[in-house]
Design a protein around this ligand. Structure first.
Ligand code: OAD
Length: 253
């Protein structure tokens, strides 16, 4: 069954004029980064209302930085896994227009993808909330929390907190990509957080085929998704890309 769906996905990708991927935390689990929801998820340990809202960062930055420092350590040591490398290859082969990612780990760029829309920002970059000075996260010492700029202001990663708007450029570009694709790969996301979770519905209402890859069913499964491929992204995506390579070489031979 899974093999049939993998073949079907490869065919849909080859036939499509434009393929876009929407990715979530499930992509990076195989790189050692914890997801947000489910077993072992970040929100099991830290209540987002207490730790992840912009108001908390402003009023009690030391508390938010307990969560942020944990994420930062995980992100800075993570490397792209086969799922990231497969999407990079798909773009290199000319079969993937862009990735809209909710992930803040920068692993799609590190894998080699050029057209990546970071919907929730990037944790590898930070700036001072007082003077705006930019700094790479790897240069931030986590010995005393919250970390501070030379000016004394609190540093924050360049990510979107709950209660903050999606960066306008990312929102505009994502909408354009979503409305103009004819296949959307929805990979490793729980479909829980808006506005990202509405992108597959927008793509579908513009006529796109939605292919979902996840280890478990989500709110998209059976509704928004045209079909669901159950499995780890790092196992399913390399198979799809190999099939795309085989089939597209056969076509051009
Ligand atoms: P979640 O943690 O909500 O969901 C991760 C999804 O990945 C789940 O559906 C898992 O079943 C799936 N999954 C886990 N391991 C997988 C694997 N190896 N292969 C494929 N799928 C796997 O993460 P997101 O949907 O990305 O926002 O969460 C969306 C947003 O919620 C995040 O960007 C973050 C969070 O609150 C902000 O912080 C603003």
């Amino acid at each position: 069954m899974t093999d049939e769906l993998i073949n079907r996905a490869a065919e849909d990708i080859i036939k499509a004029k434009k393929v876009v991927a929407l990715t979530g935390a499930g992509m990076s689990v195989e790189s050692g980064i914890a997801p947000f929801r489910g077993k072992g998820g970040i929100w099991e340990k830290y209540d987002p209302v207490e730790y992840a809202y912009i108001d908390v960062l402003r009023t009690d930055p030391g508390k938010t930085w307990i969560l942020l420092s944990e994420m930062q350590k995980e992100i800075l040591k993570a490397k792209p896994n086969p799922s990231h490398l497969s999407l990079a290859e798909l773009e290199r082969l000319g079969f993937l227009s862009s990735i809209i990612t909710q992930n803040v780990d920068g692993l799609h760029h590190e894998a080699g993808n050029k057209n990546v829309i970071e919907f929730h920002g990037n944790h590898r970059q930070a700036y001072c909330m007082e003077c705006g000075k930019q700094i790479k996260s790897e240069e931030i010492s986590l010995e005393t929390l919250p970390p501070r700029c030379d000016c004394g202001g609190v540093l924050r990663p360049d990510v979107v907190f709950f209660g903050e708007a999606i960066p306008p450029e990312a929102l505009t570009k994502s909408n354009q990509e979503t409305r103009s694709c004819d296949v959307m790969l929805v990979i490793g996301t729980s479909a829980e957080v808006q506005p990202a979770a509405s992108l597959p519905d927008i793509a579908k209402s513009s006529g796109a085929t939605i292919i979902e890859i996840n280890i478990e069913e989500t709110g998209f499964t059976g509704y928004t998704s045209d079909y669901f491929i159950k499995g780890k992204a790092g196992e399913i995506l390399p198979k799809i890309v190999n099939k795309v390579k085989d089939e597209s070489t056969n076509l051009s031979a």
